[in-house]
Structures are given as structure tokens and as C-alpha cells.
Design a protein around this ligand. Structure first.
Ligand code: NDP
Length: 294
């Protein structure tokens, strides 16, 4: 029978583990702190920032929110990041993307101290991950990796296909799977015969941004399917969130599958907290929590 990988329950477990570590740090007089910077009024970003704040407080960390006007200048934003880089109470810094068009995202992200870059988007962290060195790992792929390790134990030798080559999901996901000794294929919009490529996968990760594109015809019998997609669609006159995978047909063939919602999504914030904890431990010269990093 197909196993449904319950990301909501897994994320709750990760948050509980983080909370336990935070409580132990507090006994040493250390409180991990996460600063989130939101520029502008993007409605989806406001919801994400609110959820991040609530989750951060729930695990016992300090949450510092910085809400800036949509018209904030690059110089002012960079000056804030410089201040946060120098603030010993702040162990993680996250600048909510997308930024308003007049701000250069790359410049802003690369201004964050790499040791505090809990999104793992700084060019130094990208390079460290790519060369198999200790880094801050992007939260969504880290969450996928945790679920895969939990389900499979060792991933060594498995064929993994990642559909999508974005810098925030596809590429780091592929690097992490390679780091765990999978044989990795990265597919994208120019891939020939995508169905056949995907059918070779023991692990199929969909990060495409196209609602329900990956059907059962793409899935090898017994494969593990990780659906990163979050797509808002209209169906039967109602708004609905669906993944990049057509759940019913894929689940009929897969050995294990993540649902949407309730799969990868909840793991992303849980991994943000895990990364903040890791950053805090590293900055204090303490051992990193086991199982919460790549
Ligand atoms: P991007 O749009 O940045 O990248 C999409 C990738 O999919 C590109 O590499 C693109 O290829 C590829 N692609 C597009 N169409 C096809 C196609 N027909 N066949 C094969 N490949 C195709 O998206 P993201 O990586 O940012 O996000 C992917 C999905 O994950 C989205 O649904 C997003 O909402 C979701 N997401 C979910 C998160 C979570 O917390 N669960 C976090 C982040 C994202 P090419 O490069 O050739 O154009």
C-alpha cells in the first residue's frame, strides 16, 4: 500500500526537537534569535512572515520582525542588514522574497553574514553546499531530504530525478541528494521525454510550479514522490491548493508520496527554525544538533 508521508506530523516532531534544544541553550543563558525583514505589502509574504514569527516564538526563540515600507531604499535596507549582522542576539537573518522591483535581491541576500543566512541563499553557502562543505542549507530542500532519509534510511545508490532547476529548490535539492550518494538527474523545461526520465526514478522530486503536471504515467511503480509544488487554482468554483503532482494517479503507482497541503510545506518553516538553531550553536562554538542539518 502507498505510504502517505505526513509532513505536518514530521514538521511538528522537528519543531519539538528544536524546542528541546532551545530550552537546553536557555539554561546556558543563550537564546537563539531570528530576524525577519519584510519590505512592502505583498499579501502572501505578510502571511509567511506572520507564520514564521508565531513558529519562532512557539519553540522559545526570540523573533525580531522588521517591516519596511515598499519604497525603502537599497541603502537603508543594506544598513539594516549590516546592523543585524553585527547584533549578537540575532543568529539568523531572513529577507522575505520577492523584494520590490527597485531592490537588487542578489545584492541584498549577499550582504547577509553567511553564518546567519538561514535561507541558505548567500553565494558562499551555495558554493559550500556545491563542494560538499558545511553550509546553511535552503529550508525547502532540507525538509525534503529529512523526509527522504526518514523513509528510506540510506539513500545511497538510489536513482533520483529532480524536476526543476531553480536556485532555491531544484539545484540545492539535487546537491543534497548527490551528497547522500544518489545518482541524480536534474530535469527542466527543455528535457526530452520527461515522462521516461521520471520513470527511471526511485526518488522523484517535483519542483516545477505547474499544477498537477506530474501524473502517474511519470512514476515508476514503488517510487517515492516528493511534491514541492504549491499552486493556487480554481476548481468547482472554489479556490484550492494543489501540488505539481497529480496526487490520485501518482499515489496509485508510488510506494510513498507527500500530499499537498500537508507535505513539504510545513517542513519549510520547521527547517528554518532548525537552521536558526544550527547557526546559534555554531556561533557559540557548541555542537550542532544531530538530525537537524544536512
Ligand atoms: P521556478 O519557477 O523558479 O522553477 C521552476 C522549474 O521548473 C524551472 O527550472 C523550469 O525549467 C521547470 N519547469 C517549468 N515547466 C516545466 C515543464 N513543463 N517541464 C519540465 N520542467 C519545467 O519555481 P521554484 O523552484 O521556485 O518552485 C517550484 C514549485 O515549488 C512552485 O510550485 C513553488 O510554489 C513551490 N515552492 C514550494 C515551497 C514550499 O515551501 N513547499 C518553497 C518554494 C517553492 P526551466 O529552468 O527550463 O525554465
Amino acid at each position: 500500500m502507498t505510504k502517505v508521508i505526513d509532513g505536518k506530523a514530521f514538521a511538528a516532531k522537528v519543531r519539538a526537537e528544536v524546542a528541546t534544544h532551545v530550552a537546553a541553550l536557555k539554561e546556558k543563558g543563550i537564546v537563539p534569535g531570528l530576524a525577519v525583514v519584510l519590505v512592502g505589502e505583498d499579501p502572501a509574504s505578510k502571511v509567511y512572515v506572520k507564520n514564521k514569527h508565531a513558529s519562532t516564538v512557539e519553540v522559545g526563540m526570540n523573533s525580531y520582525e522588521h517591516r519596511l515600507d515598499a519604497g525603502t531604499s537599497e541603502a537603508d535596507l543594506l544598513a539594516l542588514i549590516d546592523r543585524l549582522n553585527g547584533d549578537a542576539a540575532v543568529h539568523g537573518i531572513l529577507v522575505q522574497l520577492p523584494l520590490p522591483g527597485h531592490l537588487n535581491s542578489e545584492l541584498v541576500i549577499n550582504r547577509i553574514d553567511p553564518a546567519k543566512d538561514v535561507d541558505g541563499f548567500h553565494i558562499s553557502n551555495v558554493g559550500l553546499l556545491g563542494t560538499g562543505q558545511k553550509s546553511m542549507v535552503p529550508c525547502t530542500p532540507l525538509g525534503c531530504l529529512m523526509m527522504l532519509r526518514d523513509h528510506h534510511g540510506s539513500l545511497a545508490g538510489l536513482n533520483a530525478v529532480v524536476v526543476g532547476r531553480s536556485n532555491i529548490v531544484g539545484k540545492p535539492m539535487a546537491q543534497l541528494l548527490l551528497g547522500d550518494s544518489c545518482t541524480v538527474t536534474i530535469a527542466h523545461s527543455r528535457t526530452k521525454d520527461l515522462e521516461a526520465v521520471c520513470r527511471g526514478a526511485d526518488i522523484l522530486v517535483a519542483a516545477v510550479g505547474r499544477p498537477e503536471m506530474i501524473t502517474g504515467a511519470f512514476v515508476k511503480p514503488g517510487a517515492t514522490v516528493i511534491d514541492v509544488g504549491i499552486n493556487r487554482i480554481e476548481r468547482d468554483g472554489k479556490g484550492k491548493i494543489v501540488g505539481d503532482v497529480h496526487y490520485e494517479s501518482a499515489a496509485a503507482v508510488a510506494g510513498a508520496i507527500t500530499p499537498v497541503p500537508g507535505g513539504v510545506g510545513p517542513m519549510t518553516i520547521a527547517c528554518l527554525l532548525a537552521n536558526t538553531l544550527t547557526a546559534c550553536c555554531r556561533s557559540n562554538g557548541l555542537a550542532e544538533p544531530k538530525g537537524l542539518t544536512a
